[in-house]
Design a protein around this ligand. Structure first.
Ligand code: BGC
Length: 469
């Protein structure tokens, strides 16, 4: 009896260790995602001076990565379906190393651009495979938390990139800024070696015994693992795959469109505009020196990380849907008041309190995003797709994320030139209000229900908002 108890506790401890390792490895992919998003803003001025870049080439240096990421995300559906999640992550990690070293050593802007596309490809793979892998490796009780942790690693990556940019900015060493990312990329390569393949993917390839073995490694009891295996097996009985399933099955189409809509909503919140524009907002608000603005950027990065912690705490308890509604409402309020402050400042009414309010609203908007749409959209997107078309569905939603990200970046300056900075933020306010309505009408609550349960409801033709609990 006592022996049994001891072996049970040992097993639980081992399963826990495995889970921590899996989260760490997938989290490393998130960290690299964030590092690559965050690093370029600090490096760009120095690269511009060295290669005497035109305005257009500067935009290309930035967006080459997003282009690569969109291509990466779209093609990873195929890679990850055929090779599995583990080998896809390995491909991503290798490209991360090559892309970072290539950018750091680039003798001219052409090589830099090619390396940035390669890096983007790696980011596309990471942003696609890691949340998917995590959702397949976790139990329903902590799925939301695990994927939110992945998002937290993304935000830590952005923050670390801001910090390292600041450190290297004194010497102007942009090659170090870009090259240092190859170290965590190497670490990711090592970690991926030790990862098991996803039991859901193995089962979809007919490798049932291996799938069972891995499920048992992660489960406190064999019974629990076998019950989970049964659920996976049942969900595999629906034949067809990806694109063909998308063409033939209305329910699959609904899930794919919902995933794409969620990612478009996440990007159209305007969060990235706030992140990129933060130094300027702080400048408007009277923090004039470069050092003050760098500190401000780091404060934004840190706020982003801390607020993601709130999501990790709440996503599996309060659920996805309430957090999402509160988040969109917060971003709407934040961008509205930020617009009002900037409007007043631009009209010459500039007492200190307005500047302080502008800064507070910037941080408030970041917080509202980071505790809601930031993590929750990635969580939902990896949950709502049926197993047989999961790769295709997640590829579509992740690619949407990168394409809209590119659109946001490319239109922001034009919008400001046309409507002014205040009205530009008010456009985002209006969009966020409409997202509250869309969330109420279309988004399901998926906390505490198994992926197979969600799939069953979807395939029975239930309304999208009812496919969860
Ligand atoms: C978004 C990124 C964004 C980041 C900020 C992610 O969920 O997809 O576009 O830059 O959050 O933390």
């Amino acid at each position: 009896m006592e022996e049994n108890f001891a072996s049970d506790t040992q097993r639980i401890a081992k399963a826990k260790k495995m889970k921590i390792f899996v989260s760490f490895a997938a989290g490393m992919a998130g960290l690299l995602f964030g590092l690559d998003i965050g690093v370029i803003s600090g490096a760009l001025p120095f690269i511009t001076t060295q290669f005497e870049l035109s305005h257009q080439l500067q935009e290309w240096v930035v967006s080459a990565m997003m282009l690569g990421a969109a291509i990466g995300a779209i093609s990873t559906g195929w890679i990850s379906f055929n090779l599995g999640r583990k080998k896809s992550l390995m491909t991503g990690a290798t490209l991360f190393v090559l892309g970072s070293l290539g950018s750091a050593l680039a003798p001219n802007v052409e090589i830099l651009l090619i390396s940035r596309v390669l890096l983007g490809f790696a980011v596309g793979i990471a942003s696609y495979v890691a949340p998917l892998y995590l959702s397949e490796m976790s139990e329903k009780e902590d799925r939301g938390k695990l994927i939110s942790m992945y998002q937290m690693m993304v935000t830590i990556g952005i923050l670390v990139a801001f910090l390292s940019d600041t450190a290297f900015s004194y010497s102007g060493n942009w090659r170090m800024m870009l090259g240092i990312i190859s170290l965590p990329a190497l670490l990711l390569m090592c970690a991926v070696f030790g990862l098991p393949d996803s039991p859901r993917w193995l089962a979809s390839k007919g490798k049932f015994e291996k799938a069972k073995e891995i499920l048992r490694m992660f489960s406190p009891t064999d019974d629990k693992a076998d019950a989970e295996f049964k659920e996976i097996h049942q969900s595999l009985e629906i034949k067809q795959e990806g694109w063909s399933l998308f063409k033939e099955n209305k329910n699959v189409r609904r899930a794919v469109y919902l995933g794409m809509l969620l990612q478009a909503m996440q990007q159209f919140t305007g969060m990235n505009v706030i992140l990129y524009y933060a130094p300027q907002i702080f400048k408007h608000a009277g923090f004039a020196s470069t050092e003050q603005q760098m500190i401000a950027t780091v404060i934004c990065g840190a706020t982003n990380v801390l607020a993601t912690l709130i999501a990790m705490k709440t996503v599996d308890n309060s659920g996805r849907k309430p957090i999402l509604k509160i988040g969109f409402a917060g971003i709407a309020l934040g961008t509205f008041l930020l617009g009002v402050c900037l409007y007043m400042i631009n009209s010459g009414f500039n007492p200190l309190w307005i500047s302080v309010l502008a800064v507070i609203m910037t941080l408030f908007t970041i917080t509202s995003f980071a505790m809601s749409a930031g993590p929750v959209v990635w969580v939902l997107c990896s949950e709502i797709q049926p197993l047989k078309s999961r790769d295709f569905g997640v590829a579509c939603s992740t690619t949407t994320n990168w394409i809209v990200n590119m659109i946001i970046g490319a239109t922001f300056l034009t919008l400001i030139a046309k409507f002014g900075i205040a009205a530009t933020f008010w456009i985002y306010t209006a969009l966020n209000i409409s997202f509250i309505v869309l969330t109420i009408l279309l988004v399901p609550e998926t906390k505490g229900i198994s992926l197979e349960g969600i799939e069953k409801n979807l395939m029975e033709g239930k309304r999208l908002r009812d496919i969860g609990i």
